[in-house]
Design a protein around this ligand. Sequence first.
Ligand SMILES: Nc1nc2c(c(=O)[nH]1)N[C@H]1C(S)=C(S)[C@@H](COP(=O)(O)O)O[C@H]1N2
Ligand SMILES: [Mo]
Length: 368
Amino acid sequence: MQTVLSPSRGHATPAEAASKGMIIRQKQPENLEFRFETLKNFLTPTAEFYVRCHFAQPEIDAPSWRLRVEGEVGCSLELSLEDLRQIPSRTLTSVLECSGNGRVFLVPKTVGVPWELGAVSNAEWTGIPLKSVLERAQIKPEAVEVIFQGADSGEPSDEPKKPGRVPFARSLPLAKALEPDVLLAFEMNHEPLTKAHGWPLRLLVPDWYAMASVKWLTRIIVSRQPFHGYFQTFEYAVFQPLHEIPSLMPARELEPKAQIARPIVREFIPASTEYRVHGAAWSSCPIAKVEVSVNGGRDWKEARLLGDPVPHGWRLWEVLWRTPSRPGACTLMARATDSQGRTQPLERPAGRLNAVISHVLPIEVQIK
Ligand SMILES: Nc1nc2c(c(=O)[nH]1)N[C@H]1C(S)=C(S)[C@@H](COP(=O)(O)O)O[C@H]1N2
Ligand SMILES: [Mo]
């Protein structure tokens, strides 16, 4: 049981992460970006997987760590890591995208970590279905939501003043919490989680923006009321019409999005050559198509989707581009359409505040 009680070695310091090629967005708390232009593999190696932390990473003592399950349940639980390991586990692939990914491109500028394209990564996760733990606890019929609390906490500094320290906590509607692919994950890419990614246990909510996947999980509360904590009201919430009235709702499902890995902004590209434009696309359901424009959105050409579709994973894509014979600027764009028929918008929809950034991001390059 050795591996259960210790995390995989991650980055000891942000400097070490930088030496692995990551971009340091913030040292303390640690916020590290994947260099999206280096995208090559379907699975992101753990050492390159982006890291998003709101507070200092908590120190956890594995032998005394317990997961508490309480609230509207017939039987409260306190489970050790070894208890959890007795429950049959499964492995699945899931992309995680921070709902602030791409924030640096917003005009006008807004508050929050200034992510470029790399607050998104794709890994394999192993854990036990949350459902199997909730069933053991016997959910009462009054329950409507399940709240997940991490071991990390801190005092938000934004005005007006908040009620002192808040833990990182998010909720899921009960029906979502009972979906079989929502995991209590203890492994990432077939190794125990690293500290930065939530060791010893994190929630993994495929198809949702990643703020739902609470790290360093210690407490699950089954609730008879919708939860309105800091991270689903002041942060990670967006306005959506409800009876035609804009209503603030917690961010949830991933919107369709295609990102271009290469070329990068202002890249010099030879004239009259064959250039491989490539990237990844994802949504809360499978990707149906990716289209690319090399003339600022006038004409679109369908990209080739690579590999087989993997549920909850991103989809790599490419298109071969015969570059113009004359020097000058070219504006490239990619847009995804998912299997529900949703297409990425060219303009940012109103009401999304500083999160859920899914409109098309043009990339200007220079033909020389
Ligand atoms: N406990 C806890 N869970 C958390 C966070 C956090 O700060 N604390 N950040 C959330 C956000 S906003 C994101 S984008 C993902 C990032 O997961 P990663 O660091 O494994 O990439 O974790 C989520 N879970
Ligand atoms: Mo995030």
